[in-house]
Structures are given as C-alpha cells and as structure tokens.
Write a protein that binds this ligand. Structure first.
Ligand code: AMP
Ligand code: ZN
Length: 119
C-alpha cells in the first residue's frame, strides 16, 4: 500500500498546489490539469490524488478509484468538446511505455486526427 502523498513526486506537488498547474477538473479523489507540453490541441492529464507510481501499482483496493478515473475522463473529454470527433486515452507504464512521471496519470488527447501505431 503506497502512501497518499510522495514528497518527491512532481504530480503530488501539483495536487498540493506547490507547483502551479492549469486545472481542468477536480473532485475528492481526482485532479486534472493541462499538459505543459501538449501533444495535440487538447491534452489533459487526469491523476488520482493518491500517489500510485503507475497503473500497475494499483491493487484491489483501488478498484473503485480506477473506475472513477475512467468515468471522470469521459466527462472531461465531453466537456472539452472531444466526444463527437473522438480522442485518445493513454497510460504510459514503465521504461518501454515511455513513462516519465511516476505518479499514475491518464492522458486525454484530442482535437486533431491522431496517428496509429505509436512510435
Ligand atoms: P508520461 O510520459 O506518460 O509520464 O507523461 C508525463 C507528462 O507530464 C508529459 O506529457 C509532460 O509533458 C507532462 N508534464 C511534466 N511536467 C508537467 C507540469 N509541471 N505540468 C503539466 N504537465 C507536465
Ligand atoms: Zn505522486
């Protein structure tokens, strides 16, 4: 079981307000903000307030949190005007997955046609 906050974590500092962010959404369990280096016209990062180092760090006790994450992402995508044309959710995990910040985050990316497969 990981602690609620990790003092060395960039995204925990964003949640705490110690590092500024462009907030898009928040509730008791989740926080969303605009990616500082957007890959598309809309690029939002949705994170749990609880520090989990990545999606594979989630356990059975996080079942509801993971469900809330996807449902909130759907609401954000709709609010951002992405629902009609479509968009992409991405969770990078680990070195080969391209994860650079080790606090679980869901990328919500849209606003242009996206290519596949990823590089
Ligand atoms: P990942 O590569 O999946 O770990 O994604 C990390 C994301 O965090 C990247 O898309 C970065 O552009 C983004 N990022 C890093 N620092 C910040 C920050 N201070 N505010 C907003 N987004 C950030
Ligand atoms: Zn964290």
């Amino acid at each position: 079981m990981e602690s609620i906050m990790n003092d060395d974590c960039l995204f925990c500092k964003i949640i705490a307000g110690d590092i500024p962010s462009n907030k898009v959404y928040e509730d008791d369990d989740l926080y969303a903000f605009r990616d500082i280096n957007p890959a598309a016209p809309t690029h939002v990062l949705l994170i749990p307030r609880k520090h989990l180092s990545g999606v594979t760090a989630a356990g059975e006790e996080d079942r509801e949190l993971l469900g809330s994450l996807l449902l909130a992402a759907n609401r954000i995508a709709t609010a951002e005007g992405l629902a009609e044309d479509g968009f992409r959710y991405v969770i990078n995990n680990g070195k080969h997955g391209g994860q650079t910040v080790y606090h679980l985050h869901l990328h919500i990316i849209g606003g242009r046609p996206l290519t596949w497969p990823p590089g």
